[in-house]
Design a protein around this ligand. Structure first.
Ligand code: 13P
Ligand code: SF4
Length: 305
């Protein structure tokens, strides 16, 4: 089967079986072409909640599929590749979060969306990279606990100087691999290029960037900018998507280390198998987990607008 034949079969089957395909920005271009919605973590969770189809197929990592299930408990939710999980999402569990809350009475617990459904049951608010500054800025509390990404937390704190975020060690192993040395080397090789990075990058990288934003934020910035050359400091797939959307512009990856193996795990045949009903992993969560985890996600949507 060629890529195009497989894509045609997926499109035919998703209509026949009433499946909505959601693809995170880090998925490959052949998957993007069969998706109903493409977006960053925030965009996908909002879109998933609105989708009219009876089945949601998440091409991304496990916490994203869990978020869909929490927002659409009556729908069948599938994760296209059962092995695709975000390593950051398992850096802290529910018991550790409860211990943290007990040690800091009165402080709200704010979690990055890259966390498990179980941990979300004890959080007060969830944020994503594109919504964090707006949401935390709108919270009435001045002081809070922020888990698990310290790079994202540090970047938010710099923009909201009247807020005090207590951060607990954690972060994205993919984005952590990019260093100041990589920036200096890329700037020397491409002196006219703008540097666009994700806030999961180290502070030493973020401090040297021309733009810091979510996966779709980086794409929109590059697409609408008058500049012609860009160094991209996030997962490698964003460079390839930008090469498709702006073939006249030049894009360079900040470091060849910036590959998220979990995001790369999902393939077009995985998507076909899932829509055929012979693949994917159905997400099941208890009613109690859904009820309790939903509160902090609803708060995210309410404050994120
Ligand atoms: P976005 O919210 O920017 O899509 O980021 C999700 C993610 O996993 C980035 O590493
Ligand atoms: Fe998780 Fe980082 Fe991969 Fe995003 S890039 S899914 S945060 S490991």
């Amino acid at each position: 089967m060629t890529t195009r034949e497989m894509q045609d079969r997926i499109i035919e089957l998703k209509r026949e079986k009433d499946v909505c395909i959601l693809a995170h920005a880090y998925q490959s271009h052949d998957i993007w072409e069969v998706a109903d919605f493409i977006g960053d973590s925030y965009g996908l969770s909002v879109q998933a909640a609105k989708a009219p189809q009876s089945t949601l197929l998440m091409c991304g990592v496990r916490f994203m599929a869990e978020t869909c299930k929490i927002l659409s408990p009556d729908k069948k939710v599938l994760l296209a590749n059962p092995m695709a999980g975000c390593p950051m999402a398992i850096q802290m569990n529910r018991d550790q979060a409860l211990q943290l809350k007990a040690a800091n009475p009165g402080l709200p617990l704010v979690a990055y969306i890259n966390t498990t459904a179980s941990l979300k049951t004890v959080c007060d608010v969830v944020v994503t990279s594109s919504s964090a500054v707006k949401i935390i800025g709108r919270m009435p509390e001045k002081e809070m606990l922020f888990i698990p990404d310290c790079n994202l937390g540090g970047w938010i704190a710099e923009q909201l100087p009247d807020k005090k975020l207590h951060m607990i060690q954690g972060g994205c192993p993919t984005h952590m691999r990019m260093t100041r040395q990589d920036v200096l080397a890329a700037r020397a090789a491409h002196p006219k290029a703008l540097l666009l990075v994700h806030p999961e990058c180290r502070k030493e990288v973020v401090d040297l960037a021309d733009y810091v934003g979510s996966t779709t934020g980086i794409m929109k910035y590059a697409e609408s900018s008058d500049a012609n050359e860009f160094i991209i400091g996030t997962e490698s797939s964003i460079v390839s998507h930008l090469q498709f959307s702006c073939p006249e512009k030049r894009f360079y990856l900040l470091s060849k280390q910036c590959v998220c193996h979990n995001m790369k795990m999902t393939t077009l045949p995985d998507v076909l198998h899932a829509v055929e009903g012979i693949g994917g992993d159905e997400i099941t969560l208890t009613d109690q987990t859904i009820r309790n985890a939903r509160k902090c996600i609803d708060r995210m949507i309410e404050l994120g607008g």
